[in-house]
Design a protein around this ligand. Structure first.
Ligand SMILES: Nc1ncnc2c1ncn2[C@@H]1O[C@H](COP(=O)(O)OP(=O)(O)OP(=O)(O)O)[C@@H](O)[C@H]1O
Ligand SMILES: [Mg+2]
Length: 233
């Protein structure tokens, strides 16, 4: 479904990605792992067209994404849960959910506010609260709900459990598993390796802007050398 080849991205004159290769198959959960500052967010943002790629190719259902505007990429069915959540602070929870909602691809069973509240019941009683008054966990659930309301075919999650209490983290993982059961394809960046490997079909490790390892969760669990060398565990 998503095929990234030889992706190179710069910030001004400083090169951040040095030829990233990454795949997400239909209905798969793929991961992008790596230590701080290795290029995970840069890869995600390059896929979404938020940062312009310098060279390489990103194809999504055989459509080339490089060179396309970000909103056009979103309309093709890519939904982002961005690093740091980026909830609209001066909109209510409900307004955050509907502000970017759409069903461009005419999904048969589209996401609605009701379905988001079913998945995250704690959001319902906070529906009129302003974005900036929500807790970190509520903001993260909202960010996931907001992305789902664009009815994507591929969901990209950048550090969706970062800085959250264990109980809330478990709720987020349960939701991601549920979303996966619905057949959505997912690319996830996260540092909670144990939880991640339970749901991942395919893993990529990035080191200084390059993918240095890829394989299944079983292969990664057994590859102690890669775990130690690239992830420090
Ligand atoms: N806006 C920017 N301007 C210049 N350099 C940047 C910018 N954003 C990131 N970089 C650099 O690009 C490299 C990759 O950063 P990136 O944010 O993609 O890493 P990351 O793997 O997501 O890290 P983290 O785990 O901390 O989120 C780093 O060296 C970083 O300093
Ligand atoms: Mg990051």
């Amino acid at each position: 479904m998503l095929k990234v080849r030889d992706l190179v991205t710069h910030y001004g004159s400083s090169q951040a990605l040095f030829g990233v290769n990454l795949d997400v198959g239909t209905g798969e959960v793929a991961t992008l792992l790596g230590r701080n500052g290795m290029g995970k967010t840069t890869t995600i943002n390059s896929i979404m067209g938020i940062i312009a790629a310098s060279s390489g190719s990103i194809s999504f259902d055989d459509v080339q994404l490089v060179g396309r505007a970000s909103f056009k990429i979103a309309n093709l069915g890519l939904g982002l849960v961005p690093e740091g959540r980026q909830i609209f602070p001066n909109l209510s929870l409900r307004e955050n959910l509907v502000a970017t909602a759409s069903n461009h691809l005419n999904a048969a069973n589209p996401w609605t506010i009701e379905r988001v509240f079913e998945m995250f019941p704690e959001l319902e009683q906070r529906r009129t609260s302003m974005g900036n008054l929500l807790s970190g966990g509520e903001q993260q659930m909202l960010a996931i709900g907001r992305a789902l309301m664009t009815n994507p075919k591929l969901l990209l999650l950048d550090e969706a459990t970062e800085g959250l209490a264990p109980l809330i983290r478990q709720k987020i993982w349960a939701a991601i598993s549920m979303i996966r059961e619905e057949g959505l394809s997912i690319l996830v960046v996260d540092k909670n390796l144990k939880d991640l490997l339970k749901i991942a079909d395919r893993n990529h490790i990035i080191e200084r802007g390059k993918i240095v390892w890829n394989g299944s969760s079983d292969e990664l669990r057994k590859d102690r050398d890669a775990l130690h060398r690239y992830l420090g565990v």
